[in-house]
Ligand binder design. Structure first.
Ligand code: CP
Ligand code: NVA
Length: 312
C-alpha cells in the first residue's frame, strides 16, 4: 500500500502516472463519477485551509465518495487526552483513506506507519506534495513538457512548498533556482537540498540556491513565490520578515529577468504588495487560478492511485 508523505520517495514512474491520470480526470471527469463510490476520506486539519479542504472534499464528492472534515482543535488529541498513534489506529477502522494537514512531518509519518489505509500529506511545515503535483500538472499544461525547463522560486526558501518543489523539479529533470536571503531561517533545509541533489544527479536537473534574486529569476520559464508568513510562522515575526524578504518580491522588474513567455505561479493564499505585486499576480503571465483549479484534478488522481494500491 502506498502513501503520499514526501515527494522524495515517490518514483519518477509513479509521479508521471499520477500526472497522466490527473490530465485524464480533468478532461473526462464523467469517467470517474463512481471511482470513489462508498469510499470515505478523512481530512484531519491542524492548520487553516481554503484550497486543500474544499478541493479534496469536492473531489471525493464528484467521484461518488464522502469526505469528513475533522478539526484537531476539537479532538481529544489537542487536549492531550489522546495520542496520534491511537487516533490513527481508530480511524483506520472506519475510513478508506486519510489526509492530514499538520505541523510536524514526524506526525504525518507516524500516521502513515500505523494506518491501515493510505495517508496523504496535505501540508506540514516540511513539505506540501499535493501542491507540487498540481504545479507540475499546471506547468506541463502550459509548457507542453517539464524536462529542461527552469523554475525560479523567490522568497522564503525554508518552506514546505520550496522543499517539495526541490524534490519535484529534481525528479522531473527541471532546473530550479531558489532566490532567498542567506541564513538557516530562510534557506532550504540542508537535508532537503542533499536529497534533491542526489536525485538531480540522475535526472540532469540543476539546483541553485542564491541570495541574488535577479540571478535566480534569469531566463526562468516559471517564476514561483509563496507566502512570507506561512501558517506556522508566529505573527510577531511579520515586520522583520517583510524587511528581509522585500528584495525577493516578484514585481514587474524581476519578471523582466525571466523569459518573455514565463508564467507566474503562487500556490496561494497570496498577499498583494508582499511576495508579489498586484500587477504580476493579476497580470497576463499569472496562471494562479488555473493552478488552484488543478488541485482538484491532481488530488483526485492521488486518491485514485492510492486507493488502487490497496487493492493490488
Ligand atoms: N495552496 C494551499 O494549500 O492552499 P490552502 O492553504 O488554502 O489549502
Ligand atoms: N508555505 C505556505 C503554504 C500555504 C499553502 C504555508 O505553509 O502556509
Amino acid at each position: 500500500m502506498k502513501h503520499l508523505i514526501t515527494l522524495e520517495n515517490w518514483s519518477i514512474a509513479d509521479l508521471n502516472a499520477v500526472l497522466d491520470l490527473a490530465d485524464r480526470v480533468k478532461s473526462s471527469p464523467e469517467n470517474y463519477l463512481d471511482a470513489m463510490r462508498r469510499k470515505t476520506l478523512l481530512m484531519i486539519f491542524e492548520k487553516p485551509s481554503l484550497r486543500t479542504r474544499v478541493s479534496f472534499e469536492t473531489g471525493a464528492t464528484q467521484m461518488g465518495g464522502h469526505a469528513i472534515f475533522y478539526d484537531l482543535a476539537t479532538s481529544p488529541l489537542s487536549s492531550g487526552k489522546e495520542n496520534v498513534a491511537d487516533l490513527v489506529r481508530v480511524v483506520s477502522r472506519y475510513v478508506d483513506i486519510i489526509m492530514g494537514r499538520l505541523f510536524e512531518q514526524a506526525h504525518i509519518e507516524e500516521m502513515a506507519n500505523l494506518a491501515g489505509v493510505p495517508v496523504i500529506n496535505a501540508l506540514t511545515n516540511y513539505e506540501h506534495p499535493c501542491q507540487i503535483l498540481t504545479d507540475l500538472q499546471t506547468i506541463r499544461e502550459k509548457k507542453g513538457a517539464l524536462k529542461g525547463l527552469k523554475l525560479a522560486y523567490l522568497g522564503d526558501g525554508n518552506n514546505n512548498v520550496t522543499h517539495s518543489l526541490l524534490f519535484g523539479c529534481a525528479k522531473m529533470g527541471m532546473h530550479i533556482s531558489v532566490g532567498c536571503p542567506k541564513g538557516d531561517e530562510y534557506e532550504p533545509l540542508d537535508a532537503v537540498l542533499a536529497g534533491a541533489r542526489r536525485i538531480a544527479k540522475r535526472t540532469g536537473s540543476k539546483i541553485v540556491v542564491t541570495d541574488d534574486a535577479a540571478l535566480a529569476a534569469r531566463d526562468a520559464d516559471v517564476v514561483y513565490t509563496d507566502s512570507w508568513m506561512s501558517y506556522h510562522i508566529p505573527q510577531h515575526k511579520q515586520e522583520s520578515r517583510i524587511k528581509v524578504f522585500t528584495p525577493y518580491q516578484v514585481n514587474a522588474k524581476l519578471m523582466k529577468q525571466a523569459r518573455k513567455d514565463a508564467i507566474f505561479m503562487n500556490c496561494l493564499p497570496a498577499v498583494r504588495g508582499c511576495e508579489q505585486t498586484a500587477e504580476v499576480i493579476d497580470g497576463p503571465q499569472s496562471v494562479v487560478f488555473d493552478q488552484a483549479e488543478n488541485r482538484l484534478h491532481a488530488q483526485k488522481a492521488v486518491m485514485l492511485k492510492l486507493l488502487e494500491s490497496v487493492e493490488e
